[in-house]
Design a protein around this ligand. Structure first.
Ligand SMILES: Nc1ncnc2c1ncn2[C@@H]1O[C@H](COP(=O)(O)OP(=O)(O)OP(=O)(O)O)[C@@H](O)[C@H]1O
Ligand SMILES: [Mg+2]
Length: 254
């Protein structure tokens, strides 16, 4: 059964048709990768799923309900959490303080910027944050400034912040971009563990084919704003349309 159904989605930026007629069906409890060359529209599509952008046409249904017209925090409360392409943690805050923010939002319904001092007295928020830090192997870094963490640990923290919301769908936009190979492999292991231990669906945008083929059960190839092909990893490897999509790029998708 599909937990996410995207139908005929289009999005235009001025003279640029960034997405046209995008159809995507993500099966519940699967890992679905969306790949494609730079500028293909992957992040634009993700932004349409989480209320950051409103598509010009089409529908986006999550678990049978439309996400369109809802605010990002409402979509979050429906069960969708996302890690954007650019890390969104607060560098000046500690790892623990960052972790407390979504725990607070989960309990009280909406994120408030002035919540940090208020929440410090809230035992349940502190306990939930600590639980997540331990689970995500970040407990020994709890007092570190988030800005001074490695790229891999920043991503791990962001994923932990998402998971504290108990999402049913986790969206990841290039979670391993700019990472050293060891951090990338740790992220792959982390996502496998999350998948094994939780009732969760993961949709991942990724350029690194090692990550894609290590995790994905289905792959959609997007090029110039339109899905070219959707298939299993085995069938995607060496698929002529994938080669076509990446033609002219240094990346070897097959
Ligand atoms: N807010 C915006 N305003 C105008 N153009 C935009 C905007 N956001 C994206 N675009 C353009 O839309 C196209 C798709 O961009 P998008 O960021 O979705 O690509 P992408 O597949 O995520 O690429 P990458 O792999 O480099 O992250 C690009 O040509 C981009 O320049
Ligand atoms: Mg992108």
């Amino acid at each position: 059964m599909a937990i996410l159904e995207v139908k005929n989605v289009g999005k235009r930026f001025g003279g640029l048709q960034a997405l046209s007629d995008v159809n995507l069906s993500v099966a519940e409890n699967s890992v679905h990768a969306i790949i494609g060359p730079n500028g293909a529209g992957k992040s634009t599509l993700l932004n349409c799923l989480v209320g950051k952008l409103i598509p010009d046409t089409g529908s986006v249904m999550f678990d049978g309900q439309s996400v369109l017209g809802r605010k990002p925090y409402e979509i979050n409360q429906m069960g969708i959490s996302r890690v954007f392409q650019t890390p969104e943690i607060f560098g000046d805050l500690s790892v623990q303080e960052n972790m407390m923010i979504p725990c607070f939002a989960k309990r009280d319904g909406a994120f408030q910027m002035n919540a940090l001092t208020a929440m410090s007295s809230q035992r349940d928020v502190i306990e939930k944050a600590e639980e997540m830090l331990v689970e995500m192997k970040l407990a020994d870094k709890r007092h570190m400034h988030a800005a001074s963490m490695s790229r891999g640990d920043k991503r791990r923290l962001e994923i932990a912040m998402c998971l504290s919301q108990d999402p049913r769908l986790l969206l990841l936009d290039e979670p391993t971009a700019g990472m050293a190979r060891a951090d990338t492999n740790n992220t792959i292991d982390l996502l496998k563990q999350i998948k094994d231990e939780r009732d969760i669906t993961i949709a991942i945008i990724e350029h690194d084919m090692h990550v894609v083929f290590s995790l994905a059960e289905r792959i959609t190839v997007l090029a110039q704003g339109t899905p070219l092909v959707e298939d299993t990893p085995d069938n995607i490897k060496g698929h002529p349309k994938v080669r076509e999509a990446y033609l002219g790029e240094s990346q070897d998708a097959a």
